[in-house]
Design a protein around this ligand. Structure first.
Ligand code: NI
Length: 211
């Protein structure tokens, strides 16, 4: 049974919870009425010049533009399939966060499309990308394109990348910005997903912003 707790307002004057709530109600209504009530938190990347139109080739060899993802939230990550460490680590975390979200809130998870964009189009053929993205999430889209198209989309997303000289084994690495972006259903930037985030943190971020 709930018991009304008495609050001491000032000596000799006590109010119950219910009385307090009623007393505070006009104030709450006034604040809401004049727009001073708590505003929804603004997205960390709201208004940032990140993202833009593109036309690339997906892992099935089909040309896709950014318009294909209209209405979907997207997690956009740039990397390359030969990357020995960083890319697989980051993409695995993104995939895991989505699988966890599929269990905890499937409706929200279904609104999110993970997208991998190659910065190494010479080696990353559609077949290489198809095999690669399947490791991380069944709905992950892999995109490649001509070097010019890749440069354009990387610039739009403020992603730096550079081909390194071959190492002593003749292996060529790319240096590249290590970040993923959560983008909204109109392609607008919402929040960065940084490399130090755990899958649980990414899942929480998605729950916070995907509506
Ligand atoms: Ni990488």
């Amino acid at each position: 049974m709930l018991q009304a707790r008495a609050y001491q307002i000032k000596p000799g004057h006590t109010m119950t919870c219910r009385q307090l709530a009623i007393a505070a109600l006009p104030l709450v209504l006034t604040l809401a009425g004049c727009g001073a009530a708590v505003k929804p938190k603004e997205a960390p990347l709201a208004g940032a010049p990140i993202g833009g139109p593109f036309t690339l080739i997906n892992q099935n060899g089909t040309a896709v533009s950014d318009a294909k993802f209209a209405g979907q939230y997207r997690i956009v990550y740039f990397g390359y399939t030969s990357c020995p460490d960083v890319c697989p680590t980051d993409l695995a975390k993104i995939g895991q966060s989505l699988r966890e979200l599929e269990k905890s809130d499937p409706a929200v998870a279904s609104k999110v499309t993970p997208i991998f964009i190659s910065v190494d189009p010479e080696r990353d053929t559609k077949d290489a990308i198809k095999e690669y993205v399947a490791n991380f999430h069944p709905r992950m889209v892999g995109l490649t394109g001509s070097p010019d198209e890749i440069k354009k989309v990387a610039d739009e997303y403020k992603i730096y990348y550079a081909k390194m000289p071959p190492d002593e084994h003749g292996f060529v690495r790319f240096d590249h910005t290590r970040i993923a972006y959560l983008m909204g259903p109109k392609g607008e930037p919402i929040a960065p997903i940084s490399a130090d985030m755990t899958p649980a943190m990414i899942e929480d971020l998605l729950k916070q912003w995907v509506k």
